[in-house]
Design a protein around this ligand. Sequence first.
Ligand code: RB5
Length: 162
Amino acid sequence: MKIAIGSDHAGFHLKQVLIAEMQAIGHEVFDLGAFTDEQPADDYHLTGAQVAERVVSGAVERGVVICGTGIGISIAANKVPGADAALCNDLFTAQMSREHNDAKVLAMGSRVVGEGLAKEILRVWLATPFAGGRHIARNQNLRRIEARYSRGAGTGGGGRAL
Ligand code: RB5
């Protein structure tokens, strides 16, 4: 699979570990940064949105985003309509986010999970298929909510384009 991955400075080291893990399984990984663990001017919102944009556009099939808790970067990814990023810091939610939610972006917190658990969460998440069935209509409701609040593309608030 083609997989985009991104982090902030806090998620940098775990990102490197997970890149190696995915490449070892045979996936093609696109690293969108951060490229250092030093605190930058820009933060998790940039890479979170960039990973989500690549998933939604179809450039890649899945995305992985990491910050300290996974919260900020998952919120950022979910600002991109259609991203459906899931914050999974345990194995059960990783499995359910695929089976029920068809989540195509996985978020984790580098200050929450150790490397061993993070690798296992990633493997479960990548290997678990969407169950379909009753979940299809439920997930389509998310698109309706997005459409209701959509004001068109753009940076929206005078910030620089992502
Ligand atoms: C950075 O200190 C931290 O706030 C960030 O990585 C993340 O946890 C935010 O949600």
